[in-house]
Design a protein around this ligand. Structure first.
Ligand code: UD1
Ligand code: BG6
Length: 690
């Protein structure tokens, strides 16, 4: 959903053309999150000749704001058209300059330039704001501001923020406080905001400064010290980097993807912090007793805090497509490698006398508590929910603890019961899905042990859970989750192994699963060879309206997730059905036209699935059967169905293998049908609003 980016060059000469390119590139890195409009703000003149000013008559010119609905390229085009029309000098060099940028996913008001960000305090652009999140009390604030003479031009919740900043600034000046600082203004604004947000402020009253603050939504600061302008001196002390006023480039973003190509040195901004970038230094003020995303009272005096930088553990290559046409295609094909990193260091084979076991560093101190829990509850949304569903049977089998499933929004809707004796596992690729976060707050309030399974180090879920496991699948950019799904299942299988590690009777079973995990990347390499076969199948299905997928047991989740992939990217109606429910409704749909995939790989449910196939064939169903290698004749005696043969693995790991042909099918169907693979219609990668 919404993405924010900012670029501040301090004492480093940068032409306007370069600044624009950095801002546009930042926006391109945020595209994958999903958006429908975009905007930027840069300076008109060189602000270094305009010291901070309020009433002394030397107020710097209003910053320029460009906003456009549609994709980034339409924004880029409109900016360059404007540049030509206004004869804006692209070669003009700025020694210091602060630019901000935003991709918007419409929540309050349709996609339109007036609703895009930066949102402004008014015609002079005194204060500009880019925002990720939702301000829940914006209506009340708006009414107050209207009473004070402000007029609103957008339908957004965001517009109250820059207007409130102007109100606070003007009031301070009217009261004779002409030394009010940018952070004081923003701290006062924050005091009035309720909801979840990450914000960046730019102001003509505080030229070349930026303020970033957040509550709930993610925000990172990237720090790059330019060796060329520092005469080659290297500064490694993180705190020094923040406090010195050497030439540097600073980047702010809601997403590490937009920062990693510039620097790996980052500060993960925390809730309640106000980060002030001014004259090359970064100062951080924090509200004490921050009550969290729903607002509430905070102590009146924010305190100054010292923070160290951390290093981003990702490579620039991860955010490029390499030789692939689409991110989704790349991410499907890199699953042998992503699974290898997920498993790395966590499977211990032991010596000849030592048992094979798993080691999940983040959980070892909590396993006893988990084993004693009354219930394990899996919570997630979309693909993450499906991954948890795939892992449920093995978790129940190995842990001996009952496992229940919750879609995060449904748990919240019913205020379902969560007890102190529960272990609640939050599964989320991004670690920032709004419903999952709210469910986490709810479970914490109810005293449960909260375990996170996420791909994003430093994400809210990773930080706010008591413990957890990073899936280490590498950055996933395609909106349709692929490699995160398989890594999530692998992690949850390891979780089950770790919880059940003290049950002697299941040692043989556990060792078989550990062997299966070791071999999983190879099996995925094998199943990826079905690429052409899936493309041929996609050609056959290209004009279909609908596709049903029947699965059960370990592969009920595969049916749901396979159907979800086809639905979300190929925009074809598709439904995953529990095969055991077939006679209770879905059978009515079966005829010789509707394509149906039946998952019938070898496990305890195999004979039941054979019977499902027979019943479907008796009704002339148009079948595509997924079976284990060598089983074609057993699943489809006499021929007549299309068969997809996949390598057989340990039953509980079979969903990891079985999903791959569906991912390939969905990908090829999407390309053949001419739809956008990486940013499917109306969908966002990170759903940060409810
Ligand atoms: C950690 C290091 C890894 C290092 C390894 C060496 C990190 C992020 N990982 O990996 O770089 O190679 O030790 O032993 O520094 N956590 C949560 N909630 C979540 C996810 C994780 O609380 O949703 C916590 C865990 O409980 C743990 C920490 O984050 O305390 C790191 O988790 P994870 O990366 O899975 O741990 P290791 O695999 O041990
Ligand atoms: C969105 C994504 O709907 O959120 C899905 O498009 C994803 O791919 C879902 O499964 C949940 O996201 P997360 O980050 O919590 O796993």
């Amino acid at each position: 959903m919404c993405g924010i980016f900012a670029y501040l060059n301090y004492n480093v000469n940068r032409e306007r053309r370069h600044i624009l390119q950095v801002l546009f590139n930042g926006l391109r890195r945020l595209e994958y999150r999903g958006y429908d409009s975009a905007g930027i703000s840069i300076d008109d003149g060189d602000f270094s000749s305009f010291p901070r000013s309020s009433s002394d008559g030397s107020l710097s010119p209003p910053p320029l704001v460009f906003r456009q609905e549609g994709n980034i390229e339409s924004l880029v085009k409109s900016v360059y058209q404007e540049v030509v029309a206004t004869e804006l000098n692209l070669e003009k060099s700025f020694t210091t300059h602060a630019g901000i940028a935003h991709t918007r996913w419409a929540t309050h008001g349709e996609p339109a330039p007036r609703n895009s960000h930066p949102q402004t305090s008014g015609s002079g652009n005194d204060f500009l704001v880019v925002h990720n999140g939702v301000i829940t009390n914006y209506e009340v604030l708006k009414e107050t501001l209207v009473r004070h003479g402000f007029t609103f031009e957008s339908e957004t919740d965001t517009e109250v923020i820059p207007k409130l900043a102007k109100f606070v600034f003007d009031k301070a000046n009217e009261e004779g406080d002409q030394t009010v600082t940018f952070s004081q203004v923003v701290l006062e604004v924050m005091r009035h905001l309720e909801g979840a947000y990450a914000l960046i402020f730019k102001s003509r009253h505080y030229p070349n400064e930026l303020i970033a603050c957040k509550r709930g939504s993610p925000l990172l600061l990237g720090v790059k010290e330019n060796d060329d302008v520092c005469n080659g001196s290297a500064f490694h002390d993180a705190k020094f980097l923040l406090q010195n006023s050497n030439p540097k480039e600073l980047f702010l973003s809601s997403d590490a993807n937009a920062i990693v190509e510039h620097t790996k040195k980052v500060l993960v901004i925390e809730d309640g912090e106000v980060v002030h970038l001014k004259e090359g230094t970064v100062s951080i003020l924090k509200f004490n007793n921050d009550k969290g995303r729903n607002g509430g009272s905070r102590s009146a005096r924010p305190a100054s805090v010292q923070r160290a930088l951390s290093t981003l553990e990702m490579e620039v290559e991860q955010i490029n497509k390499g030789t692939y046409k689409h991110y989704m295609q790349k991410e499907i094909h890199e699953q042998p490698e992503s699974l290898t990193t997920t498993l790395r260091g966590r499977l211990l084979r032991g010596g000849s006398w030592k048992a094979k076991t798993v080691l999940l560093g983040g959980l070892k101190d909590h396993l006893k508590t988990i084993r004693r829990s009354r219930r394990i509850v899996f919570i997630g949304c979309g693909t993450s929910y499906n991954a948890a569903l795939a892992a449920r049977p093995i978790m129940e089998e190995l842990s001996g603890v009952p496992v229940t499933m919750e879609i995060a929004s449904d748990l919240l809707d019913r205020q379902g019961l969560i007890y102190r004796e529960d272990t609640v596992v939050f599964v989320s690729q991004s670690g920032e899905t709004a419903d999952t976060l709210l469910a986490l707050e709810y479970a914490l309030e109810n005293g449960a042990l909260c375990v996170g399974i996420t791909n994003t180090v430093g994400s809210v879920i990773a930080r706010n859970t008591h413990c957890g496991v990073h899936i280490n699948a590498g950055c996933e950019i395609g909106v349709a989750s692929t490699k995160a799904y398989t890594s999530q299942i692998a992690v949850m299988a390891m979780l089950a192994l770790a919880i059940g590690a003290d049950t002697i009777s299941k040692q043989e079973r556990r060792e078989a699963i550990i062997d299966g995990l070791f071999d999983l990347p190879n099996k995925i390499r094998e199943v990826l060879k079905l690429d052409q076969e899936m493309k041929d199948l996609a050609k056959l299905l290209i004009a279909e309206q609908s596709l049903l997928v029947f699965g059960r047991g370990y592969n009920y989740a595969t049916a749901l997730e396979g159907a979800l992939k086809v639905k979300e990217v190929a925009l074809m109606h598709s439904e995953g059905i529990l095969a055991g429910e077939m006679k209770h409704g879905p059978l009515a749909l079966v005829d010789e036209n509707l394509p149906i995939v039946v998952i019938a790989t070898r496990d305890a449910c195999f004979s039941k699935q054979q019977s499902v196939i027979q019943q479907l064939r008796a009704r002339k169903g148009r079948l595509i059967v997924m079976c284990s290698k060598g089983d074609a004749a057993s699943v489809c005696p006499g021929g007549g169905c299309r068969v997809i043969e996949v390598p057989q693995v340990e039953d509980c790991l079979q969903p990891v293998v079985n999903i791959v042909p569906f991912q390939l099918l969905a990908y090829h169907l999407t390309v053949l049908r001419g739809y956008n693979v990486d940013q499917p219609r109306n969908l966002a990668k990170s759903v940060t609003t409810q």
